[in-house]
Ligand binder design. Structure first.
Ligand code: LER
Ligand code: MN
Length: 273
């Protein structure tokens, strides 16, 4: 199991992410705990010193495997399905910057919260907007050789695409040319709220799964809540999942303690994978 920890390099209102303004210390602490990679939450890629990220990634031998975009929505309100076309355009432009950064780092780009949270009444219109605007981003990603990870999230965070099967149907409805670069991100926190049976839901969409987020039922480190990780990891082993698993959790009681608890827990599950 390739283990990854999610960290933010910008201050953010999104709470399930550890923040530090000391990039080097983030890389060092994650490496010291034994992780194989790092996932970065980035609000605005233009504020990132890319050479510095590259140099730490190399020095600490921690590949940046994915870039989260949700902070652009949580902190700035950018959304692919906004009622305001200007906001949609700014969201697309921002995601293109995330894609440029991802291309340089060899990472994928996550589309989770940035798809917005439209009212139930706007659902049909919002889905068409998402198809169109995500299609533009996917076309750009394809040219840059970057994979887009579409993440179903729970209903309290977005009304659009809550279950893995909805994500699969949405990807299959994209233009053929965009289909190949969009994969699903399965997050155990969201699945715990939305899926009837998590292992079954994973199996149903497995060929499309490009990445996994883990957090327990309460979004603490895995093992600190009541999600049945044994059944999930057993299913992933059976299906031959070999990609990364990122811990996207509340930094409680602290960044280091949460990352250590996660690593200890995942190590006990390595037998399953
Ligand atoms: C949001 O809850 C989440 O899981 C993020 O990865 C999506 O941007
Ligand atoms: Mn997630």
């Amino acid at each position: 199991m390739k283990k990854v920890f999610v960290a933010s390099i910008s201050k953010t209102k999104f709470d399930a992410i550890s923040y530090s303004d000391d990039l080097q210390s983030i890389f060092r602490r994650i490496k010291d705990l034994g992780y194989d990679g790092i996932e970065l939450g980035i609000r605005d890629p233009l504020e990132v010193d890319v050479s510095l990220v590259e140099s730490y990634s190399e020095r600490f031998e921690l590949p940046v495997i994915a870039i989260g975009t949700g902070q652009a929505y949580v902190d700035e309100g950018l959304s692919l399905t906004s009622e305001d076309m200007e906001v949609q355009k700014r969201a697309i432009d921002r995601i293109k910057k995330h894609i440029d950064l991802a291309a340089r780092l060899g990472a994928s780009v996550i589309i989770g919260l940035i798809r917005g949270n439209p009212s139930r009444q706007r659902m049909g219109e919002a889905l068409s907007l998402l198809r169109k605007n995500l299609g533009i981003c996917a076309g750009y990603a394809e040219e840059s050789n970057v994979i887009i990870l579409l993440e179903p999230v729970n209903r309290y965070e977005s009304s659009l695409l809550n279950r893995l099967s909805e994500g699969k149907a949405f990807i299959e409805s994209l233009e053929k040319s965009n289909y190949g670069v969009v994969r699903l991100l399965a997050d155990t926190f969201h699945m715990n709220i939305e899926e009837r049976d998590i292992p079954e839901a994973i199996e149903e969409v497995f060929p499309l799964i490009g990445h996994i987020h883990v957090a327990d039922s309460n979004r603490l480190a895995p093992g600190q809540g009541h999600t049945d990780f044994d059944s999930i990891f057993k299913k992933l082993k059976e299906l031959g999942y070999k990609r990364y698993i990122s811990a996207e959790i509340l930094p409680q009681p602290s960044f280091d303690e949460a990352a250590r608890l996660t690593m200890d827990f995942l190590c006990t599950k390595d037998i399953l994978l």
